[in-house]
Write a protein that binds this ligand. Structure first.
Ligand code: HEC
Length: 160
């Protein structure tokens, strides 16, 4: 698959047409493109046609903001299968999503912290009586969290 060439092509078409609906249909229909099956591959495939992945990696956002941004990109012409968009969301939630552990809802806690439902429930139960102070407090109070995951994204985890 020649992603670099089609990326360039997509950018020049985008420059010619702007980002209107005309541009949406044909631009990303790469002939023979196989469906991406990992979160990262899906993100690269769906999100790097018009700009580099850098723009995605430079702007951590919260859970709701990513939904809005991806919708905005679809409106601009981003294309992929429903499965690929699910994987793109996984990629964004796992790598580029900020979270306020003391206020996020259950779904965001599970997705962004890679927590099971019982673990996310334990977070909510504990913060209701006493909000978490910091990451160390979270890790020592709630068993079952993946320390490697948390350490890898600690700049995106907040306690407000
Ligand atoms: C069809 C072209 C196109 C595709 C595909 C595309 N984008 Fe964009 N994106 C743009 C344009 C144009 C901008 C320019 C800035 C603006 O107008 O917001 C942009 C800007 C951005 C920004 C910076 C502005 C902001 O809202 O924070 C982010 C982040 C972003 N894109 C994420 C994504 C993600 C994630 C995907 C994959 C789901 C994606 N883009 C796919 C066209 C595209």
């Amino acid at each position: 698959m020649n992603r670099r060439v089609s990326g360039t092509l997509v950018r020049s078409i985008a420059a010619l047409l702007g980002s209107g609906p005309l541009f949406a249909a044909p631009a990303v229909g790469q002939p023979g493109a196989t469906e991406a099956t990992s979160p990262q591959a899906a993100a690269v495939k769906v999100c790097s046609g018009c700009h580099t992945m850098q723009i995605v990696m430079d702007t951590p956002k919260d859970y709701d903001a990513w939904h809005d941004t991806v919708q905005a990109m679809i409106d601009r012409g981003a294309r992929g299968t429903p499965d690929e968009f699910d994987l793109v969301m996984d990629f964004l939630f796992q790598n580029m999503t900020t979270i306020d552990v003391n206020h996020a809802d259950l779904e965001a806690l599970m997705t962004v912290l890679h927590a099971s439902q019982p673990t996310a429930n334990a977070i909510v139960a504990r913060r209701t009586s006493r909000p978490f102070k910091d990451l160390a407090d979270l890790e020592s109070s709630v068993p079952g969290l993946d320390k490697t995951v948390l350490d890898g994204k600690k700049r995106m985890i907040f306690f407000q």
